[in-house]
Design a protein around this ligand. Structure first.
Ligand code: SF4
Ligand code: SF4
Length: 196
Protein backbone atom coordinates (compact mmCIF):
# COMPACT_ATOMS: atom_id res chain seq x y z
CA UNK A 1 0.00 0.00 0.00
CA UNK A 2 1.38 3.38 -1.03
CA UNK A 3 2.19 5.88 1.68
CA UNK A 4 0.33 9.16 1.30
CA UNK A 5 2.22 12.32 2.14
CA UNK A 6 0.31 15.42 3.13
CA UNK A 7 2.26 18.62 2.92
CA UNK A 8 1.27 21.27 5.47
CA UNK A 9 2.13 24.84 4.63
CA UNK A 10 2.68 27.20 7.53
CA UNK A 11 1.10 30.63 7.10
CA UNK A 12 3.42 33.33 5.89
CA UNK A 13 4.21 36.08 8.41
CA UNK A 14 3.49 39.63 7.34
CA UNK A 15 6.20 42.29 7.37
CA UNK A 16 5.06 43.64 10.80
CA UNK A 17 4.80 40.16 12.31
CA UNK A 18 8.36 39.47 11.21
CA UNK A 19 9.49 42.55 13.12
CA UNK A 20 7.80 41.29 16.34
CA UNK A 21 7.36 44.89 17.59
CA UNK A 22 3.53 44.81 17.83
CA UNK A 23 3.66 41.65 19.98
CA UNK A 24 6.43 43.02 22.22
CA UNK A 25 4.63 46.33 22.80
CA UNK A 26 1.33 44.53 23.32
CA UNK A 27 2.91 42.40 26.08
CA UNK A 28 4.53 45.44 27.70
CA UNK A 29 1.17 47.28 27.67
CA UNK A 30 -0.51 44.39 29.53
CA UNK A 31 2.30 44.36 32.13
CA UNK A 32 2.02 48.15 32.53
CA UNK A 33 -1.76 47.92 33.09
CA UNK A 34 -1.25 45.42 35.94
CA UNK A 35 1.59 47.52 37.35
CA UNK A 36 -0.55 50.67 37.47
CA UNK A 37 -3.40 48.88 39.19
CA UNK A 38 -6.01 48.76 36.42
CA UNK A 39 -7.25 45.24 36.06
CA UNK A 40 -5.79 44.17 39.42
CA UNK A 41 -5.99 40.44 39.99
CA UNK A 42 -3.80 39.93 43.06
CA UNK A 43 -4.77 40.50 46.71
CA UNK A 44 -2.61 41.30 49.74
CA UNK A 45 -3.05 37.93 51.46
CA UNK A 46 -3.22 37.27 54.42
CA UNK A 47 -4.32 40.84 55.30
CA UNK A 48 -6.93 40.61 52.56
CA UNK A 49 -9.00 37.45 52.33
CA UNK A 50 -10.40 36.38 49.00
CA UNK A 51 -14.18 36.27 48.71
CA UNK A 52 -15.12 32.74 47.76
CA UNK A 53 -18.13 31.51 45.80
CA UNK A 54 -20.88 29.96 47.97
CA UNK A 55 -20.31 26.51 46.49
CA UNK A 56 -16.61 26.53 47.43
CA UNK A 57 -15.41 23.21 48.85
CA UNK A 58 -13.07 24.05 51.71
CA UNK A 59 -12.25 22.32 54.98
CA UNK A 60 -15.10 20.26 56.37
CA UNK A 61 -17.56 21.49 59.02
CA UNK A 62 -19.82 19.42 61.26
CA UNK A 63 -23.03 21.32 62.11
CA UNK A 64 -24.73 21.05 65.49
CA UNK A 65 -28.34 20.21 66.32
CA UNK A 66 -30.73 22.19 68.55
CA UNK A 67 -29.09 20.82 71.69
CA UNK A 68 -25.64 21.78 70.44
CA UNK A 69 -24.71 18.13 69.94
CA UNK A 70 -22.75 16.71 67.04
CA UNK A 71 -25.21 15.40 64.44
CA UNK A 72 -23.11 12.49 63.17
CA UNK A 73 -24.54 9.05 63.95
CA UNK A 74 -21.42 7.14 62.86
CA UNK A 75 -23.22 5.31 60.04
CA UNK A 76 -19.92 5.35 58.10
CA UNK A 77 -21.55 6.15 54.74
CA UNK A 78 -19.08 9.00 54.24
CA UNK A 79 -16.20 6.66 54.98
CA UNK A 80 -17.44 4.24 52.29
CA UNK A 81 -18.09 7.04 49.77
CA UNK A 82 -14.65 8.61 50.15
CA UNK A 83 -12.58 7.72 47.05
CA UNK A 84 -9.24 8.32 48.80
CA UNK A 85 -10.05 6.55 52.05
CA UNK A 86 -9.30 9.71 53.96
CA UNK A 87 -12.03 9.27 56.57
CA UNK A 88 -11.71 6.97 59.57
CA UNK A 89 -14.52 6.54 62.08
CA UNK A 90 -14.73 4.58 65.31
CA UNK A 91 -18.31 4.35 66.58
CA UNK A 92 -19.61 4.02 70.11
CA UNK A 93 -23.08 3.40 71.55
CA UNK A 94 -25.09 6.58 72.11
CA UNK A 95 -28.32 5.48 73.81
CA UNK A 96 -28.16 8.51 76.04
CA UNK A 97 -29.33 11.08 73.49
CA UNK A 98 -31.83 9.47 71.19
CA UNK A 99 -29.65 7.87 68.53
CA UNK A 100 -27.97 4.49 68.39
CA UNK A 101 -24.40 5.46 67.66
CA UNK A 102 -22.13 8.43 67.60
CA UNK A 103 -18.51 8.79 66.54
CA UNK A 104 -15.96 8.16 69.25
CA UNK A 105 -13.29 9.02 66.71
CA UNK A 106 -13.92 10.88 63.44
CA UNK A 107 -10.79 11.79 61.53
CA UNK A 108 -10.13 13.13 58.05
CA UNK A 109 -6.60 12.84 56.72
CA UNK A 110 -5.98 15.97 54.63
CA UNK A 111 -2.92 14.45 53.04
CA UNK A 112 -5.37 12.20 51.22
CA UNK A 113 -8.50 14.34 50.89
CA UNK A 114 -9.11 15.79 47.41
CA UNK A 115 -12.09 17.95 48.48
CA UNK A 116 -14.45 16.16 46.13
CA UNK A 117 -17.42 16.48 48.51
CA UNK A 118 -18.60 12.89 48.05
CA UNK A 119 -18.64 12.41 51.83
CA UNK A 120 -21.06 15.34 52.19
CA UNK A 121 -23.29 13.96 49.43
CA UNK A 122 -23.33 10.55 51.13
CA UNK A 123 -24.31 11.83 54.59
CA UNK A 124 -28.00 11.09 55.17
CA UNK A 125 -28.50 13.54 58.04
CA UNK A 126 -26.58 16.71 57.16
CA UNK A 127 -23.86 15.99 59.69
CA UNK A 128 -21.03 17.04 57.41
CA UNK A 129 -20.60 19.99 55.06
CA UNK A 130 -17.83 21.53 53.02
CA UNK A 131 -16.79 24.76 54.73
CA UNK A 132 -15.15 27.92 53.43
CA UNK A 133 -11.75 27.67 55.12
CA UNK A 134 -8.81 26.82 52.90
CA UNK A 135 -5.81 27.47 55.13
CA UNK A 136 -4.29 24.07 55.63
CA UNK A 137 -0.76 23.92 56.95
CA UNK A 138 0.98 21.91 59.63
CA UNK A 139 4.46 21.24 60.91
CA UNK A 140 3.99 17.47 60.75
CA UNK A 141 2.01 14.82 58.88
CA UNK A 142 0.03 14.13 62.04
CA UNK A 143 -1.05 17.76 62.09
CA UNK A 144 -2.91 17.24 58.81
CA UNK A 145 -5.19 14.61 60.34
CA UNK A 146 -8.09 16.64 61.72
CA UNK A 147 -10.45 15.27 64.36
CA UNK A 148 -14.17 15.83 64.92
CA UNK A 149 -13.31 18.38 67.62
CA UNK A 150 -11.79 20.54 64.87
CA UNK A 151 -14.71 20.07 62.43
CA UNK A 152 -17.53 20.50 64.93
CA UNK A 153 -19.05 23.96 64.92
CA UNK A 154 -22.20 24.23 67.08
CA UNK A 155 -22.93 27.65 65.56
CA UNK A 156 -23.66 25.99 62.20
CA UNK A 157 -27.20 24.67 62.69
CA UNK A 158 -29.22 22.00 60.96
CA UNK A 159 -32.70 20.69 61.72
CA UNK A 160 -32.41 17.75 59.33
CA UNK A 161 -33.81 14.47 60.76
CA UNK A 162 -31.27 11.97 62.03
CA UNK A 163 -33.78 9.12 61.67
CA UNK A 164 -32.63 8.56 58.09
CA UNK A 165 -29.21 7.44 59.20
CA UNK A 166 -30.63 5.21 61.93
CA UNK A 167 -32.84 3.64 59.28
CA UNK A 168 -29.90 2.97 56.97
CA UNK A 169 -27.90 1.51 59.82
CA UNK A 170 -30.75 -0.85 60.67
CA UNK A 171 -31.14 -1.79 57.01
CA UNK A 172 -27.46 -2.60 56.83
CA UNK A 173 -27.99 -5.06 59.67
CA UNK A 174 -30.85 -6.57 57.65
CA UNK A 175 -33.33 -6.22 60.50
CA UNK A 176 -36.04 -3.94 59.14
CA UNK A 177 -36.38 -4.85 55.49
CA UNK A 178 -40.01 -5.88 56.04
CA UNK A 179 -40.99 -3.11 58.50
CA UNK A 180 -43.13 -1.12 56.07
CA UNK A 181 -44.20 1.50 58.60
CA UNK A 182 -40.55 2.55 59.07
CA UNK A 183 -39.97 2.56 55.32
CA UNK A 184 -43.01 4.84 54.88
CA UNK A 185 -41.78 7.17 57.65
CA UNK A 186 -38.40 7.55 55.99
CA UNK A 187 -40.10 8.21 52.65
CA UNK A 188 -41.97 11.06 54.36
CA UNK A 189 -38.69 12.46 55.64
CA UNK A 190 -37.08 12.20 52.23
CA UNK A 191 -36.06 15.54 50.78
CA UNK A 192 -35.95 17.38 54.11
CA UNK A 193 -32.29 16.90 54.75
CA UNK A 194 -30.66 18.78 51.91
CA UNK A 195 -27.78 21.01 53.12
CA UNK A 196 -28.81 24.65 53.43
S1 SF4 B 1 -14.00 15.52 50.31
FE1 SF4 B 1 -13.77 13.64 49.08
S2 SF4 B 1 -11.67 12.97 49.47
FE2 SF4 B 1 -12.17 14.46 51.08
S3 SF4 B 1 -12.91 13.24 52.80
FE3 SF4 B 1 -14.72 13.82 51.59
S4 SF4 B 1 -15.03 12.12 50.15
FE4 SF4 B 1 -12.95 11.92 50.98
S1 SF4 C 1 -22.33 9.89 56.68
FE1 SF4 C 1 -22.82 11.59 58.06
S2 SF4 C 1 -23.78 10.62 59.82
FE2 SF4 C 1 -22.76 8.99 58.68
S3 SF4 C 1 -20.74 8.83 59.64
FE3 SF4 C 1 -20.53 10.25 57.93
S4 SF4 C 1 -20.84 12.29 58.81
FE4 SF4 C 1 -21.59 10.79 60.29
Amino acid sequence: MAIKIKEIKYPELTFFEKMYFPQIFGGLWITLKHLLGFNQITIQYPEEVKELPPNYRGLHVMPGDDEGEIRCVACKLCEVACPTQAISIVAEAADDYGIERRPKVYNIDFMRCVFCGFCVEACPCDALRMGMKYELAAYSRAGLVHTKEVFFNPNVKSDAPRDNANFLYEMQKGEIIDKFDIVERVKELDGKYMPK
